[in-house]
Design a protein around this ligand. Structure first.
Ligand code: AMP
Length: 287
């Protein structure tokens, strides 16, 4: 495995890989890697000849500077995990290398995909996501790129970007990986103290409760209202949004009849903002 810090060097390395029918896979990450990221690496290894994993804490997608300042990093462990998963190249560019100077982002408007939910709660977030993913795609020119369903809205935004600007690139969505207790794995979990870690379990519990309630014939509205009431009573949990949406368009669903409905949640626990989701019908999912 090679660690490459600059785009020029990456170009030279990847030109050596490219060839007829050769598939290069890209996994964009912000580091502090865990088993959720490892599942993307395993999928990429299965499908591609060469796997590039990028580690870049993208400043332009943080609307909250404290969140950026406190974002965890663990380079040594990240490199060890990447190597053990068979990654060929870890690309760790500086901000000025990737953005070719001062970071600049353009406004992105993909309608509901960029304006609703995460887009509404974190103004400018998807402008930064699109800016960095566009630059990583241009730097690596992969045949396939791997993203987790954990960031369901980001996945939809990246699919739209790819459809508009990178038509030869295949986006592969990978299922959300949870800890044994049900909490969705996230780099930010490292910032949860013991008490907050326990309180955070209300997040996966509430979306599973909605899934079961709707399977048991409660209406989506009734199930959402019940979950909201319970979450309001949960000590330490500040609910931002909880809803049922179509995982592709992000339109709200009030009957399970159209699209691929997902229960979506964002909440703050112990000063850490967490997101999670689950398919409303376990037998109907995007991946
Ligand atoms: P991040 O480093 O958090 O920006 O995530 C990099 C990629 O890993 C994104 O495509 C995420 O959706 C994916 N990812 C993060 N956590 C998980 C998880 N628990 N399960 C599956 N994929 C994940």
């Amino acid at each position: 495995m090679e660690v490459i810090l600059a785009s020029k060097e990456l170009n030279v390395k990847l030109d050596g890989f490219r060839g007829n029918g050769i598939r290069i896979g890209l996994i964009p990450t912000m580091g502090a890697l865990h088993d959720g990221h490892a599942s993307l690496m395993h999928e990429a290894k299965k499908r591609c000849d060469h796997v590039v994993l990028s580690i870049f804490i993208n400043p332009t997608q943080f609307n909250d500077s404290a969140d950026f300042d406190n974002y965890p990093s663990s380079h040594e462990a990240d490199l060890a995990l990447s190597e053990s998963c068979g990654v060929d190249v870890v690309f760790m560019p500086s901000v000025s290398d990737l953005y070719q100077g001062e970071p600049r982002v353009d406004r992105v408007n993909y309608g509901l995909l960029t304006n609703g939910f995460e887009g509404g709660a974190r103004p400018g977030h998807f402008d930064g996501v699109v800016a960095v993913v566009r630059r990583l795609f241009a730097a690596v020119k992969p045949e396939m790129a791997f993203f987790g369903e954990k960031d369901l809205q980001q996945l939809a935004v990246v699919r739209k970007l790819t459809e508009n600007e990178f038509t030869d690139l295949q986006v592969i969505a990978c299922p959300l990986i949870r800890d044994v207790d049900g909490l969705a794995l996230s780099s930010r979990n490292a910032r949860l103290g013991g008490k907050a870690r326990a309180q955070a379990l209300a997040i996966p519990r509430s979306i599973k409760q909605i899934q079961s309630a709707v399977l048991g014939r409660l209406s989506i509205n009734q199930a959402l209202n019940q979950a909201k009431i319970e979450l309001e009573l949960q000590e330490g949990v500040k609910l931002e949004y909880i809803d049922v949406i179509d995982g592709k368009s992000f339109e709200t669903c009030r009957s399970g009849d159209h699209g691929v409905p997902y229960v979506l949640i964002a909440a703050e626990v112990g000063g850490v903002r967490l997101i999670d989701n689950i398919p409303l019908d376990p037998n109907r999912r995007l991946t």
